[in-house]
Design a protein around this ligand. Structure first.
Ligand code: GLA
Length: 408
């Protein structure tokens, strides 16, 4: 761990601990949960498919301590807002009474109690360095930080995979976003220097070393904020409809994970029809993306193991092409930026990451040319507005941050 990072985390720890009410004689704990970039496997998680994310060195840092009773006070330092709620009144139907950010906190505590864990009152304060609304999983990091901290300050234990599922349930059932498991999984189970190859059906995973010769950059084009939400849920419905249609033809298909090239031909042959409230032509394109993206995930994992950087870059760029043409979650502005970045020195491949409709671009770069790439990319602009970018590296999943701690 570099000094820059430990001092960044240390600064955030001081800020969040400093925001808690003084003079209460209960121990304070602080945790950091990372955001993520997904190398490949976009919109495959909720189709029971494969993903390959890395947890990155951007965190939500949260401090907290017990309070008597069942009330929770939460401070969002960056917004200078505070929310107060009772653990006894956490029904999802009450979520809309809370500020947006507090729904993730309250939802996670609600979801934790559904595990049969009984929590007490708490005071919480958080800040963070994960850019918000940029497809880097700031919400999953907030959920995982909340869950992990609540467990720590109550002396409770839960396996990390379960913690990820607690966060996902909070987002699905409390916040109302029908996300898959990838983001919470990466934030909870990330590993330094490793990417996580996750089978979203069995939830089995492997840690794959990221080759030394590769560096990652996150790029934020001007006006890149993601407008996901309804578009995301609609894509999920389309995938589920495609799986239902195929299951009618070939029983045994539970999700698009099970579809084959022959199943795609069936969809293609019915392209002129409608199914439920969808055009089958659309369902064909969505299904084809998922089927091909799943094989790209496995191919990219192999390419990393073989240090085949050219293949890594090619697969990353193909993933973008498919998100653009088949899954249709990119934007023309993003497509232009992906192309510009891909043409820069050292760039092996680039693509949009996360739910889509904006957000961030991941550029995979040869490490020896990373500085050349950074300078070239930083000089790009659009209408006078500069692109923003930062290098990122794979880090461990959620953990405690102690005074002078070196554990991240
Ligand atoms: C969002 C969701 C994830 C995943 C991606 C798309 O980040 O939270 O579960 O579906 O979009 O791959």
């Amino acid at each position: 761990m570099t000094n820059r990072l430990s001092s960044e985390l240390e600064q955030m720890r001081r800020a969040t601990e400093g925001a808690l009410e003084a003079a209460v004689d209960t121990p304070v704990k602080t945790v950091a949960a990372p955001g993520r970039v997904n190398l490949i496997g976009e919109h495959t998680d909720y189709n029971d498919g494969f993903v390959l994310p890395v947890a990155i060195d951007r965190w939500v840092v949260m401090s907290g301590r017990r309070r008597p009773g069942r009330e929770v006070v939460a401070h969002a330092l960056d917004r200078q807002e505070r929310a107060l709620f009772s653990l006894d009144e956490l029904d999802p139907s009450l979520a809309r009474n809370l500020p947006d950010w507090a729904r993730y906190v309250a939802g996670t505590l609600w979801s934790l109690e559904l595990e049969g864990l009984r929590l007490g009152g708490m005071e919480l304060a958080f800040t963070g360095s994960v850019p918000q609304g940029m497809g880097l999983s700031s919400s999953a990091a907030l959920e995982v930080a909340t869950g992990f901290l609540a467990l720590r300050i109550h002396g409770l234990e839960l396996p990390r995979l379960r913690l990820a599922q607690v966060g996902q349930r909070a987002e699905n059932q409390y916040v109302g976003v029908n996300c898959g498991i990838m983001d919470q999984f990466a934030s909870a189970l990330g590993a330094a220097g490793r990417a996580l190859l996750l089978d979203c059906r069995s939830l089995e995973y492997r840690l794959l070393p990221v080759p030394q010769g590769i560096a990652f950059f996150v790029v934020h084009p001007p006006q890149g904020r993601t407008l996901a939400g309804s578009g995301y849920n609609r894509r999920r419905q389309e995938c589920e409809a495609a799986a239902r249609l195929l299951a009618g033809e070939r029983p045994g298909i539970r999700a698009l994970r099970d579809a084959t090239a022959d199943d795609l031909k069936v969809l293609a042959s019915r392209a002129g029809e409608r199914y439920e409230d969808h055009e089958v032509a659309n369902l064909y394109r969505r299904a084809r993306h998922v089927v091909e993206e799943n094989s790209r995930v496995l191919a990219l994992a192999r390419a990393m193991e073989e240090d085949d950087f050219a293949a890594v870059g090619r697969l990353v760029s193909q993933s973008h092409g498919s998100l653009r043409d088949l899954f249709e979650v990119s934007t023309p502005a993003f497509d232009r930026w992906v192309e510009r970045l891909a043409g820069l020195p050292g760039c092996l491949g680039a693509r949009m990451v996360g739910g889509g409709f904006g957000g961030s671009i991941l550029a995979v770069v040869r490490r020896e040319e990373a500085e050349l790439f950074r300078r070239a990319a930083a000089s790009l602009d659009e209408g006078g507005e500069a692109v923003r970018l930062f290098p990122c590296r794979p880090v461990d999943g959620v953990g405690e941050v102690g005074r002078g701690s070196e554990n991240r």
